[in-house]
Design a protein around this ligand. Sequence first.
Ligand code: SDX
Length: 428
Amino acid sequence: MSENKVILNYDGKSFEYPVVESTIGDRGIDISKLRDETGLITLDLGYKNTGATLSEITYLDGDKGELYYRGYPIEQIAEKSNFTEVMYLLLYGELPTQNQFQGFEANIKKYNYVAEEMKKIIDAFPRSAHPMGVLSSLTSALTAFNPKAVDVRSKEDLDHAAEMLIAKFAHLCAWTYRKTQGFSLNHADNNLNYVENFYKMTFRMPNQDFDMNPVVVNALDKLLILHADHEQNCSTSTVRMVGSAHTGLFASISAGVSALWGPLHGGANQAVIEMLEMIEADGGDVAKYVEKAKNKEDNFRLMGFGHRVYKNFDPRAKIIKKAADDILNSLGIHDKALDIAMQLEKVALEDEYFVERKLYPNVDFYSGIIYRALGIPTEMFTVMFALGRLPGWISQWKEMRLMGDPIGRPRQVYKGSEKRDYVDMNLR
Ligand code: SDX
């Protein structure tokens, strides 16, 4: 049994703090009494060493490159499960029985109508608006049409709000795409499952028969599974922080969409393709861009590389890389961007700079190549990430509320001016 406390010596005194045990992975020092006893706080920019909560949902080991959803390894989930089942698993903690699955799916179909007035909100956006800005606005706007989802007091209210948002969010993602293309907006077809519905709402044209291509549906399902949750990442921590003020679920998720938009986070999948296209346009000189990424004077970064936690291959990147190969072969597509990505990966993984800093391809490095093969435009890639991450955000928000986490309110180390008196304008 490892030591279950730590001792801090400060100002001639010794202070003991308990170590909180984990099922697996990081154990944490409980410093809830630190400031009262020592007058000190901790400082940890970007929370690289700081646990914000206790959680039972997702575990990842950055050194081993392992990821578990409710204890199940991502490799098994990606191979054997489907996105609707993964949504249930993350929300309720167990794989569903046949009856539970059918009940969950039926509820989603019961709530998957989106008010016509929402179309008026979409109409107000310019076609050039970035889809993530549209999606965040629409998600928050849903609150106006579903006020019951704001003030959840019971577990039943919470589960109802969760199933409503899951049901409607796929529309918002599909409609966001349709807006950029100037296409009419489709409603759900309840003869289809969740991913088939999203695919048809996104791509069905009113003047043509729709081809429900199983290769595309399976690829989308796998990608959504791989993005479903990832413990306390930037956007999930945002959802938890906003929700800790007892803000409604829809508005909390809207904040998560905005956090995911950032190019250092979910926006990286769009930035990767733009980077690969730039390298291709510049003659495909991969080595030149690896050198740029290493040059401290150059703010160019190899998008899709590196991770706050993974210091090994991101297990999702491995699965997506194989899926990219399979899908491109199955659809008979040769994408130069994939060739460049493979070359870039090879050069970077042999380069001391990347090896030393343990920078490996992450989930965003290959996902854009698949989205592009499926006909999804680059600026929609992060919307796809958001649709995948939705059940994770909701599950983490639900856990935070049910565990009764206090409102998030970090402290600071103040480095500003000493106290000083006001000076009238005419004396400055
Ligand atoms: C996601 O947290 C999650 O789980 C996120 C996510 C999820 O599922 O929710 O996994 C999804 O956001 C994946 C990450 C997508 N982002 C990118 O691909 C953008 C490119 N990557 C980097 O910006 C960076 O690696 C981060 C943001 C992902 C992680 O940054 P950290 O942990 O703050 O690391 P850092 O910036 O302190 O870098 C450490 C060193 C630095 O060099 P030194 O100062 O030590 O000399 O590594 C260098 C950095 O300059 N470095 C890179 C690099 N990433 C880090 N150098 C070149 N190219 C890169 N991509």
